[in-house]
Design a protein around this ligand. Structure first.
Ligand code: HAM
Length: 423
């Protein structure tokens, strides 16, 4: 036998038994976003490498170590590691945000060369939202409120908590950065080699260190919130007031800075303790300078993205209520002279007259016993049986596969009405 070829590490298939749950989760995401008036956009999976370097920042982990980059003749391209950069690029390119507000969403695969583990993959899927042209905190609140509604819809709201922070203006962060570096220099012995490097390039990222001893010391470090400019402080206060008003609890986490460089003012993450180490199911914030930084007319922005693998895992873990539909409602079995044509005709008639039902035709031959086994395997509610005598008499036998109702023989002309009443 020829040697088999396997999927790339950290890149998963979605099996026919897993896809119903994925579709259910994606359907909830779509309907909540549509109900809030957001419009879908679709961007390419591959973009020019400098887009990500400029948008996300050269010194971030994503750009410095995790991108899948390759040469296409003399152009360097990258598989998108996230959706914000491409969405901003498209919005500038097509003038979507020129003197205009936009509330956009997208869904699709992203790629990061990280070490795979539960909840962390090299190809993963995000649903993301980007809003352009709205400066006030009402929109930050709306984004958080709509995610909270989605968690309810998914049945995971008791298992996620909201972490909130403001990282202020660029100027405020510069001042804070000096204070933080001065503080950390007194504790340099606690820093790993990587953290020493970060101390020079991106010291704020040290705030979310996994090193326990350093975490304790950081409790006494200067707080970013104490360095905020007035505008950011006011923005944050108003956001908190709005969340209080609609009853969304949050925890202010002064160490939350996020791993991408484009943020200012509001940053937030929804986290769970039910998934082990990879507990952030959704993260986002404001990025008021990014559009201009990528060459567009100045326009503020705010958004978030959620990891669909993590949401699917969490739903599996905590939502026992969810019942996914069977693959089919009606399964047609047939055997003998003239039955194939009759079965095809009936199946098409059902699909035309009762399009909301899922009707499956057996197709692969064999005796009735084998065909009924297939019907059961597909979770069908009813089997319609056509043998030679049924063809001759213009009849169909209806067999109830779930529940114990008696099987019945119906005139062909009565089948549609019977099924309509049954479902
Ligand atoms: P991010 O925090 O890098 O933000 O990713 C958002 C979410 O994607 C994470 O919270 C996590 O659920 C999921 N995720 C990230 N990496 C992986 C991975 N390797 N495997 C599985 N899931 C993962 C962004 O990407 C920003 N673009 C969000 C944003 C939009 N900010 C403003 N607008």
């Amino acid at each position: 036998m020829a040697k088999t070829i396997q999927a790339i590490r950290g890149m998963n298939d979605c099996s026919p038994t897993e896809s119903p749950l994925w579709q259910w989760v994606e359907g909830k995401v779509r309907s909540v976003l549509q109900n809030y008036g957001y419009s879908e956009v679709r961007m390419p999976i591959v973009e020019s490498t400098p887009l990500f370097a400029r948008a996300i920042g050269e010194v971030t982990d994503v750009v410095s170590k995790e991108m899948y980059t390759f040469w296409d003749n003399d152009e360097q391209l990258t598989l998108r590691p996230e959706g914000t950069a491409g969405c901003v690029r498209a919005a500038i390119e097509h003038g979507w945000i020129y003197n205009n507000e936009q509330r956009l969403w997208y869904m699709g695969p992203m790629f990061r060369h990280e070490r795979p583990q539960k909840g962390r993959y090299r190809q993963f899927h995000q649903a993301g939202v980007e809003v352009f042209g709205i400066a006030n905190p009402e929109i930050d609140a709306e984004l958080i409120i709509l995610t909270a509604r989605l968690w309810k819809e998914l049945g995971i709201d008791q298992h996620v908590t909201l972490q909130l922070n403001s990282i202020g203006s660029l100027e405020a962060r510069k001042n804070y950065r000096s204070a933080l570096v001065a503080f950390l220099q007194q504790h340099v012995a606690l820093l790993s080699e990587e953290e020493k490097e970060r101390l020079e390039k991106n010291p704020l990222r040290i705030l979310d260190t996994k090193n326990q001893a350093l975490q304790e010391v950081l409790n006494d470090a200067p707080k970013l919130l104490d360095y905020l400019d007035d505008d950011s402080r006011e923005h944050f206060t108003q956001l908190c007031e709005l969340l209080d008003a609609v009853g969304i609890p949050y925890e202010i986490n002064p160490k939350l800075v996020r791993g991408l460089d484009y943020y200012n003012k509001t940053v937030f993450e929804w986290v769970t303790s039910a998934l082990g180490a990879q507990g952030t199911v959704c993260g986002g914030g404001r990025y008021d300078g990014l559009v201009e930084q990528l060459g567009g007319h100045a326009a503020c922005g705010v958004g978030f993205a959620m990891g669909l693998e993590r949401l699917v895992l969490l739903v599996q873990e905590v939502n026992a209520e969810i019942s996914l539909p069977n693959a089919v409602d009606i399964y047609l079995v047939y055997q003998g002279e003239g039955t194939t044509l009759a079965a095809f005709q009936l199946a098409e008639k059902l699909r035309t007259t009762l399009p909301h039902l899922r009707t499956m035709l057996h197709c692969s031959g064999g005796n009735f016993k084998k065909q009924f086994k297939r019907a059961d395997k597909n979770g069908a509610t009813l089997a319609l049986v056509i043998g030679e005598s049924e063809v001759q008499n213009q009849q169909v036998v209806v067999k109830h596969l779930l529940g114990g109702a008696e099987q019945q023989t119906l005139a062909l002309t009565d089948v549609v009405d019977y099924i309509k009443n049954h479902f």
